[in-house]
Ligand binder design. Sequence first.
Ligand code: HEM
Length: 164
Amino acid sequence: MLNFFMSLAKWLQTTWWALDIGSSLWAYPFVQLTHFAGLSLWIGTNFALDLRLVGLGKKHGTGAELSRTLFVWNWVGFGAAITGGFLLFSTAATKYIQNPAFAVKLGVLIPLALITHIVVQHKALGWGASREVQTAGRIAGVVEMVLWLCVITAAVSIPSFEAL
Ligand code: HEM
């Protein structure tokens, strides 16, 4: 299994886009910018809904309304973050798949946080139908924020594990 992922990673980092991005002075920072701008939109809109579920901003409408309003921006952010992340990964895929922080981020934390987010976004229509959010919604909001903070912690730890 590990051999399969290693062969895939070797192929990925010799694709034309990986070589172009990795060797260009402006393309790599631009791809980083795409990843970070997408993440700002994604994490920002996730937290806005989670905080509303927890009980903040009651005067400004219901959680259900906020979930509907932010839906498109939320997934546009995700699309940009994933595209940028995939391209960054392509430039040094064999290095990243051997990095424990990257493996935990991509293999465990992102899937967990993403499933939680999809459930929260969908259920917010019911939990947040009135201004007072149901207890399950408050708990789910906290759980989602904690999971994304874990993803960010794993991501910023990637360089620390590079030398191991
Ligand atoms: C959507 C959830 C994601 C979050 C919250 C996230 C978060 C972050 C953060 C905060 C960094 C900056 C690390 C630093 O420079 O200190 C980063 C870098 C990076 N991300 Fe993501 N990311 C996400 C998804 C992805 C995906 C899906 C991939 C790959 C397919 C990816 C690949 C990378 C790579 C390769 C880096 C550069 C790591 C380095 O060399 O320092 N990310 N990410």
